[in-house]
Each structure stands twice: as C-alpha cells, then as structure tokens.
Design a protein around this ligand. Sequence first.
Ligand SMILES: [Zn+2]
Ligand SMILES: [Zn+2]
Length: 298
Amino acid sequence: MALETTSGSLLLTVLDAEHPEWRPLLAVIKEALREAERPQWARFVPTLEHSGRGGRPLLDGVVINATPRLVRRWVRHILGIATAAGTEVKPLARRVAEGWLDPLLLFESAVSQDVDRFHEVALVDRDYHGLLRGLASLIAMPMLQSCRRAWADRVPIDWAYGFCPICGGWPALAEMRGLDGARHLRCGCCGSDWRAGWLRCPFCGEGDHEKLGSLVSPDKLERETIEVCDRCSGYVKTMTTLRAIRPEHVVLQDLATVVLDIAALERGYRRPAAKGHEVAVSVVAESSRLRDLLGLRP
Ligand SMILES: [Zn+2]
Ligand SMILES: [Zn+2]
C-alpha cells in the first residue's frame, strides 16, 4: 500500500477490510484520532519546562492543567467504545463507571507512558493480551498529539537519541525519506519525526555495522525492510517514502505493516519492553475562576 498518500479514513477502511479481526482495535484508534482533533486538548498543552538538551524529552517534568470534567469524559468515552467493541476492557470500564477508579489518575499514568503505574492503577495483570496492551497510549494520544503539534519546532535540531524527543517513546517505525533517503524515526503515539543516522541502533546505540543488519521482505520490492541489531535484538520497520507519513497516521501505518513485525519476531528480534526514556508528568485540575468565586469544587 502506498500509504503516504492515502488519507487516514481510507487507510482505516482498507485495514478494516483486510483484517476484520482488528475491528475492535480500529474502532478505538479511530476514536482516539478523532478526539485528538478537538480544540480542548490544544488548550491543555503545558508550558515547556526545559529545552530538551541532554536527551531529555520535552514532556518530562511538565504540569498539565486540565479540566477534570473533560478528561474524565474522554477516558470514560474511550473505555465505553472499547467495551462496546467487545474487548476485554469491560472490568476496567466498570470500575471507572462505579467510581472505584478516577479516570484522571488513569489519564496521568497513560500520558506519562508509565506502563507499570498504568497497570497498577488499572489493576490489570502484566500478562494480558489484546487491546488493553495498547490502551494507555490510545488514552494518551489526544494529549500527546497536541503537545507534538505545539512543540515540533522546539525539538533540538541535533537530537541524536533513539527515543522520541517529545514523549520519550521508542519509534514505531523509520522512514527512508525523499530522494536523498534521509532516515527519520517516527513516534506512533505523538506522531513526532526526528532525524537519525543510518548506522546506529535507536535502542542501544550500537554503531558497529557487523552487529547491524536488515531483513528484506522479498515480495515488497525493498520498499519495506526491517533493520535489526544483534547486540540488543531490537528491530525497526523501515519504509521508503517520498513525503513524511502524516503524524496522525503513524499509528495506522504501524498496524498496516504488522507482517514485518511477525517476520522480525520469527527471527528472534523484538521491540524493547521498557520505554525509551522516563517522563514524569503531573495532571492537575485547571482552576476555574467562576468555580473559585462560587466556592464550588472542581
Ligand atoms: Zn512521541
Ligand atoms: Zn541495539
């Protein structure tokens, strides 16, 4: 599929037709992408706390001032969509609906991409499968996509790390872009885009070409390859593109190339389990002057 020119909705339609088993997941991704368009999230984009020097993702240390009602609405909504799609999210959705779990807490751990804390907060086992695995990043997606829109120009131009300069996540894929074939890493969650050198593993920094290689899928005419590292056993799917994949579509492109993930896994390579870089994020209730004046609780 020549996806860089394909619109998001068309891509969703294609994925839906080719993989009916992904429908529940697609329903939730679609909702997260739609939500990311809502202007409220741009309003919640926090002030930057630092310049991103020294490999510190911009999201680290921020304080998000959010309207609790709107955040809770979003979390309840996405849990509702996931439940209606027939996924295993139902017990979690029920705990939220019955007031045992504050959606704001779930949101904060999701935006921090703190997988352990998200699991702890959500009271789910680490070894579950299916949709819940990606739920945290989908809950965080509207906020992270808005941060990326606001901060894309603030990323240090010499960012030389394998993890995302905005949110600290590992790249979902790489692009070999344009006529000069420059290598760009792309984050699936916030959509960001950063340059990277060819002969370096984004995960462990290995630069020895003896330890780096690529698995080429013969039926794809080398438009899609998998770069692998024998030091850390990590892999990155790489696509040849003329123009950048739209930030919102990286998550779809990642899904559309799952055949490459399978090929890599079959050969013993994997995506790192730990995240790229820790980020600490706090979410605080946005104070409303009117509420303050009336002495009402947020
Ligand atoms: Zn990111
Ligand atoms: Zn490596």
